[in-house]
Design a protein around this ligand. Structure first.
Ligand code: PEP
Ligand code: MG
Length: 751
């Protein structure tokens, strides 16, 4: 069963010849699949060709498949795995195809039930032509060499294929297509999305939309008249709900305990506000309108206020008004209906996700278009399974539809069968995995050749500390301190931050902790601060923001220094783009140390001070800045985005966001070399560090410290134990010689 690649390449000419001798197009395509079959020892092969006149892809030639049945099913571009592969740039290999839901449409029509599948986009230059699907015996997976020879063959064939496609389009009229069975739209079965956290959840769907938006109530016509008594009852329920919510959040998220709902409760204590509403109700205005009328006056007062802190109150106030009216009109809080359900939503703010978590929602399906990345990070911290899907596939799903969210793979099952649910119920949660494998986590992180690798944790919330300790991490590599800011509806004070940071320090039991100062802006926007920027990724963000709003910066640094007294404290500044910027930030830090000393407040006098290396401008001056700082932490998420000029949150350009780009690899090497030469610590804390496939390169260039979200510890720790650093170094050196992505990918064997 040896694959004959040489012969196959040789046969390309034969294929072209086949075209001229075939009596019709199908004869040519049949001939093509047969030649590929012989040389790749396939058990099935099918060619789907896209027809722009009918706007669908349909099966035009095959063997090992039931042509008659599959011919009836067509795919629109982007629909199902076939439609998705039409615009893919790389082949997709599926090892357990029979169980993979994306291939469910073909499995009943296979002659042989084998597991290995390969899907290959057929294209001429940038123009998609169709998709080829191939199947092989289980245990005979598609190897890199097979894929390469297929790529060569199909690229040579593309010219002929384009002609085939054009001729087919002339042959068919759009009407003909109407007789075909449409592809069974996945909204009744299965959706392929993008994983945004981990775990799985099964529950009934609830769409999360307009109720929370105050304008909904402005436009609502109230048929019932609500009395003063109704208003007071609603007010009482609101207070009780907020107190309950606060307690729930306290047990789940220590850092938010005293912070998040206090602002709402305080407003309710404002007698003037309540009196004014009651006055209007007594004058005969319906209670919901009275609340909105007075609410509007307060909102504009907040909005126009010179003081930033007062302006921040606006969102709290809106939230509160929504809650009171909800209680008045529906006799329940705005989040009550989400208890144990699967939320389907177009947008989600961090404060929403907290309230969802307090309501114990089971899972979230986020439709693309909303703010995503920090919400995904929060979902991970709160261990809420979340998947991001294309909104057109699911937006009209009725409430209470049974849904299973598999956040490990990004799959969403609508009306899943009992079998699928049963299968998932056997999956272990991350906590179970850790509990069942304590010995494994206690083992030192050493490579095959005995080199110690420091595995630090990335944390966002105090609740992450528990996991970081359980998995025995070496410390906190990055604490994204913006999260307490992001999930609130106003800037936390120094005291509030101090309270949160103390919890982190206590929780880490003396292990090193790296606090990253406020990294907002870009995709991490505060709901209560109007950045008003056309291009926020390149705007007033991170350290640029804190240097502009020095008071906010100083409050944070003082809180960190105070909480970090007697601890192994490291502080780093994000998005540093020049030496001057670092020095100015460090001066502020030093002046905070001095002031705390003068005031006689206990604090850490000598923290290590470092930077995130994530702006490309730093790379050419890396040796110069290495002399100023105590450590580097490489933020590949931003570094890649800026090096390749590709928005890390924009799905449309996701294919360009490739950590294996030669410039990324060479930049990483330069940074690590410089740290080693200047004898300062260097670690990597971007997402690249939690993907096993990049690990040999990272260790190969000399990185010995990684910082990852604790949920990825099991797989990364396992991968470290299997790596030989000598071999990794050889691989890294070879990779660094390559200047083309395709060569790098081939070498790293990820195709
Ligand atoms: C990074 O940019 O790689 C990083 C770790 O920071 P963030 O993802 O929070 O921007
Ligand atoms: Mg970053």
């Amino acid at each position: 069963m040896k694959t004959d690649h040489f012969k196959m390449l040789h046969n390309i000419e034969e294929l072209t010849h086949l075209f001229s001798t075939s009596r019709n197009l199908h004869e040519f395509l049949d001939g093509t699949v047969n030649i590929i079959r012989q040389h790749l020892t396939l058990t099935a092969c099918g060619i789907y060709i896209s027809n722009e006149r009918t706007n669908c892809l349909s099966l035009e030639a095959c063997f090992g498949l039931n042509y008659e049945e599959l011919k009836k099913v067509s795919f629109a571009p982007g629909e199902g795995i076939i439609g998705e592969m039409l615009n893919a740039t790389k082949p997709l290999s599926i090892k357990n195809g029979l169980a993979d839901p994306s291939l469910a449409f073909i499995v009943p029509y296979l002659d042989h039930k084998h597991e290995s599948f390969l899907l290959l986009p057929l294209r001429q230059g940038n123009n998609p032509i169709g998709v080829m699907i191939l199947q092989r015996e289980t245990g005979l997976p598609f190897k890199k060499t097979d894929i390469l020879s297929l790529l060569v063959t199909t690229s040579q064939l593309s010219n002929v294929m384009t002609n085939v496609k054009m001729l087919m389009m002339l042959e068919t009229s759009p009407i003909e297509n109407n007789n075909k069975k449409a592809y069974i739209k996945p909204d009744s079965k299965f959706l392929k999305g993008k994983s945004a956290s981990i775990g799985f959840a099964f529950g009934h769907s609830k769409s999360f939309e307009k109720e929370r938006i105050l304008s909904f109530f402005y436009n609502k016509k109230y048929t019932k008249t609500y009395s003063l008594e109704d208003f007071r009852t609603a007010l009482n329920s609101t207070v009780k709900q907020l107190e309950k919510l606060q307690n729930k959040v306290k047990s789940k998220l220590a850092d938010m305990a005293s912070l998040i709902f206090t602002a709402h409760l305080l407003i309710l204590k404002d007698k003037a506000f309540i009196d004014e509403i009651e006055l209007l109700i007594n004058r005969g205005i319906n209670a919901p309108n009275a609340i909105l009328d007075i609410g509007k006056i307060y909102l504009s007062m907040f909005a126009l206020n010179e003081n930033l802190i007062m302006r921040e109150k606006q969102q709290d106030f809106e939230d509160l008004l929504t809650r009171i009216i909800h209680n008045l009109v529906y006799n329940k809080g705005p989040y009550d209906k989400f208890y144990k359900s699967i939320i389907i939503t177009k947008e989600l703010y961090p404060s929403d996700i907290l309230k969802m978590s307090a309501k114990e929602v089971s899972g979230i399906v986020l439709l693309t278009g909303g703010i995503t990345s920090h919400v995904a990070i929060l979902a991970k911290s709160l261990q809420i399974p979340m998947v991001i899907v294309n909104k057109d596939d699911i937006s009209n799903i009725p409430d209470d539809t049974p849904i299973l969210v598999d956040a490990d793979t990004g799959n969403v099952y609508i009306n899943p069968s009992a079998d699928i649910i049963k299968k998932f119920e056997k999956h272990k949660t991350i906590t179970q995995i850790i509990n069942d494998n304590q010995e494994f986590f206690e083992m030192p992180n050493r490579t095959l050749d005995g080199i110690k690798i420091n595995l630090f944790s990335n944390i966002n919330l105090v609740s992450d500390v528990h996991l970081a300790i359980k998995i025995n991490s070496d410390g906190i590599g990055v604490y994204r301190t913006e999260f307490p800011f992001l999930i609130r509806s106003n800037f936390p004070t120094e005291e509030e931050q101090y309270f949160v940071y103390c919890k982190v320090v206590e929780g880490m039991q003396g292990k090193p902790i790296t606090f990253r100062t406020l990294d907002i802006g870009g995709d991490k926007l505060l709901s209560y601060f109007d950045f008003k920027e056309k291009n926020p990724f390149l705007g007033l963000r991170s350290t640029r923001f804190t240097m502009e709003y020095k008071e906010i910066f100083e409050h944070q640094i003082r809180a960190i220094l105070r909480a970090g007294v007697n601890s192994d404290l490291r502080i780093m500044f994000p998005m540093i783009s020049s030496i001057e910027e670092f020095i100015s930030a460090k001066e502020i830090l030093n002046s905070c140390i001095k002031d705390l000393g003068i005031d006689g407040i206990a604090h850490n006098k000598d923290p290590q001070i470092g930077i995130m290396v994530e702006v490309p401008a730093i790379i050419d001056i890396i040796d110069d800045i290495a002399k100023e700082v105590d450590f580097f932490s490489i933020g590949t998420n931003d570094l890649i985005q800026f090096l390749i000029a590709v928005d890390r949150t924009n799905e449309k350009v996701a294919k360009f966001y490739n950590p294996l780009h030669p410039s990324v690899l060479r930049s990483l090497k330069k940074i690590v070399d410089s740290a080693i030469k200047n004898q300062i610590d260097v670690s990597i804390c971007g997402d690249m560090a939690h993907e096993e496939k990049y690990l040999p390169f990272l260790l190969g260039i000399g990185l010995r410290s990684l910082s990852i979200n604790p949920i990825y510890f099991p797989k990364i720790k396992k991968a470290i134990l299997e790596i030989d650093c000598k071999k990794a170094e050889e691989l890294a050196n070879n990779l660094l010689l390559k200047s083309r992505l395709i060569d790098i990918e081939e070498l790293i064997n990820i195709i």
